[in-house]
Design a protein around this ligand. Structure first.
Ligand SMILES: [Zn+2]
Length: 412
């Protein structure tokens, strides 16, 4: 070791990481210099590693963990992981400060709806505005949430076409994934505003009808604005002091299978009391059953920059694997073409990570060609994406959607 100038104590301090100092201090009290809540990127090599991280973390930030997990940890959890010897790097040094810094201005700023994050009321008002201004756009109400809020979407179709095949676009099954909602709204907005101008909106609506449901989980979305920015689930009162069901574990395909969701009510992947116990997931189920013209499903999430296709509950390939992977690749290239943001593509279940009761698995089992896109970013901000990335992310979602619509085959 190279000898450094300065006193013995200084050298000692230099040679010790901050974590070591914290560990030494932990005998007296929790380390005061490190914030309570941090996000660490933890390498996982096996299901056992993943289990260990899940047991130590307050929360997991990448929706579909692969070789690593972005884990929200308090000091105790960080201690567990250090003792287990898992490799970890610091992503967000002070989560509470990052949440405070990322909150939109209250009340929402007027102006271009895609300049900043928007609350539920602004989403609703924008859907109404698009329907009022465009004859080919209609507001539909799918049902109501646990707290009795309407689940609303926009249907876009050329009135001259009789029953064209349909694409379903959904966002914000998970409350905190704000950029998924804004991106879904952006798709609806472009299809409404740019139809008849000879561009991409025309190419889509010449062949398809499109139903966009930007906010599948209105109660959770609202709660993430008013109370807990990092809320994921819906707002079901589980009658044991806990709240919320993970809507994207509540669908009827392989619901409750071993692993891949949780039976614990407090867990962020709590699957609910039964398949489709939650009105938000059941409303989408009914929409798909009532409208056999729907043959594709694009489900928007964040984060991770991934284009994923069924299955999530098993590593077995779908019978439509070739089509799904070709289409996913076309979407990936289109999204990367916007401004060079890298996206990866693959089957949702890459052996390490399994998820049961997924929306895309259920719609795919019904015969739809289904894709789940994890939008920006790759963990630098996670769910707390700065508002200046909203529009570029939405442009990427649009490019992926247009590429999806351009792929042939329209039968369920
Ligand atoms: Zn999600």
């Amino acid at each position: 070791m190279q000898r450094q100038p300065g006193g013995r104590l200084q050298r000692l301090v230099r040679s010790m990481s901050r974590a070591t100092l914290c560990l030494l201090a932990a005998g007296l009290a929790a380390c005061a210099s490190a914030p309570e809540h941090q996000v660490m990127r933890v390498s996982v090599q096996s299901p056992h590693d993943l289990q260990l991280v899940n047991a130590s973390a307050l929360d997991v930030f990448n929706d579909t963990p692969r070789q690593f997990v972005d884990a929200l940890l308090d000091r105790t959890g960080r201690g567990h992981l250090r003792r287990a010897g898992l490799d970890a790097e610091l992503l967000v040094a002070d989560v509470d400060a990052a949440v405070a810094a990322s909150l939109p201005r209250f009340p929402p700023t007027p102006g271009d709806v895609f300049e900043d994050w928007r609350d539920l009321e602004t989403f609703d008002a924008h859907l109404d505005l698009l329907a009022a201004e465009h004859a080919h756009a209609t507001v539909i109400e799918l049902g109501t949430s646990v707290e009795n809020r309407p689940i609303r979407g926009l249907r876009l179709a050329d009135p001259a076409l009789t029953d064209p095949p349909g694409i379903l676009v959904t966002g914000v099954q998970h409350a905190r994934e704000w950029v998924a909602g804004s991106s879904a709204l952006f798709i609806a907005d472009r299809l409404a505003e740019e139809w008849g101008q000879g561009g991409e909106a025309d190419a889509v609506l010449d062949e398809w009808q499109v139903i966009v449901v930007p906010i599948v989980n209105p109660d959770g979305y609202r709660f993430s604005w008013t109370t807990d920015r990092l809320w994921r689930k819906n707002r079901r009162d589980n009658a044991d002091g806990t709240f919320g069901v993970d809507l994207n574990r509540n669908w009827g395909e392989a619901w409750g299978g071993a692993g891949g969701s949780s039976a614990q009510t407090a867990n962020n992947n709590y699957r609910g009391a039964s398949a489709f116990s939650e009105p938000e997931a059941a409303s989408l189920r009914d929409l798909v059953l009532d409208r056999p013209e729907l043959v594709r499903h694009l489900d928007l999430h964040c984060t991770g920059q991934l284009v994923l296709y069924p299955w999530g509950y098993t590593a077995q390939p779908s019978p439509d694997e070739d089509w799904l992977s070709q289409t996913g690749t076309a979407m990936q290239l289109a999204m990367e073409g916007v401004e060079g943001t890298p996206y990866a593509i693959g089957q949702m279940n890459p052996r390490l990570y399994q998820a049961n009761g997924l929306g895309i698995d259920w719609t795919h089992e019904q015969g739809l060609r289904s894709t789940l896109v994890e939008l920006r970013d790759r963990g630098q901000y996670g769910f707390l994406l700065p508002a200046d990335q909203l529009r570029p992310t939405a442009e990427e979602a649009w490019a992926g959607f247009v590429a999806l619509a351009a792929m042939g085959e329209t039968v369920r």
